[in-house]
Design a protein around this ligand. Structure first.
Ligand code: PGA
Length: 258
């Protein structure tokens, strides 16, 4: 089995650098206790304000062998004056390797369109970052397949095969994200059906044969084994459980056992 990826999307948590350090300390201690290292890789995506410090910590001790730094967003433009934005070159200078684009909280709560997501995706690729491209329907109704199809086309519009190949695709149905009212996790079986829709678009438009797919949406220690153990997924994107130290270690324990 290939090495699985566990992406920790901290969102706008924790509140302090000290709490961030505590999560990384406990992760480091756990990694040090593993007899077989590198069964899985970790990508930590902290809030911008902690990127630099988290990046330094990831270069130490056991974390250095198994973890990398990711950002949660990127500016559409590398140089233009855009108040509040963080550009690709800035991320590069902080040794950021991955960047989340198109997260549903940005799409739905901040009105980020697929056109803007597409520009951010291009900015990530231009700056040699690996985009973690989030896709997912808001409601699983009779139109969800068409929704996912259209969202995939618009999000990847204008990219070359080589560029699409460099992306990690995260299927994250909005209704499964823990902060959505009444959220419940998807099952691997139904999530794979959705991944199939995305994959079909990428094959038909870009002749893409190999790409990497993650699942995200209420991943916890209760369901991590199902998703990490399924060969249809290359890993998971973990939100709220990634800032709960004990729960996160439980997820890593499962990944270490696979
Ligand atoms: P969740 O978040 O694990 O809290 O559902 C996942 C995400 O929003 O990326």
């Amino acid at each position: 089995m290939d090495k699985k990826l566990i992406v920790a999307n901290w969102k706008n948590h924790p509140q302090t650098l000290a709490e961030s350090e505590a999560i990384l300390d406990s992760t480091d201690e756990f990694l040090g206790s593993l007899s077989e290292t590198e069964k899985f890789s970790l990508i930590f995506c902290p809030p911008f304000v902690f990127l630099e410090e988290v990046g330094k910590i990831l270069k130490t001790s056991h974390l250095i062998h198994q973890s990398e730094l990711g950002a949660q967003d990127i500016s559409i433009d590398d140089n233009a004056a855009l108040t509040g934005e963080i550009s690709g070159p800035m991320l590069q200078k902080l040794d950021v390797r991955y960047v989340i684009v198109g997260h549903s909280e940005r799409r739905w709560k901040l009105d980020e369109s697929s056109e803007t997501v597409n520009k951010k995706l291009k900015a990530a690729l231009r700056n040699e970052l690996v985009p973690i491209v989030c896709l997912g329907e808001k409601i699983r109704d009779e139109n969800f397949k068409k929704f996912l199809y259209d969202q995939t086309i618009k999000t990847f519009d204008g990219l070359s095969l080589d560029e699409v190949e460099r992306c990690l695709v995260a299927y994250e149905p909005v209704w499964a994200i823990s902060t959505t009212l009444g959220a419940r996790p998807d099952t691997p079986q139904s999530a794979l059906e959705s991944v199939g829709i995305i994959r079909d678009v990428l094959i038909s438009r870009y002749s893409l044969v190999a790409s990497r797919y993650l699942y995200g949406g209420s991943v916890t220690s209760a369901n991590a084994r199902e998703f990490l153990g399924d060969e249809g997924f290359d890993g998971v994107l973990v939100g709220s459980a990634s800032v709960k130290k004990e729960e996160f270690i439980k997820i890593l324990t499962i990944a270490g056992e696979l």
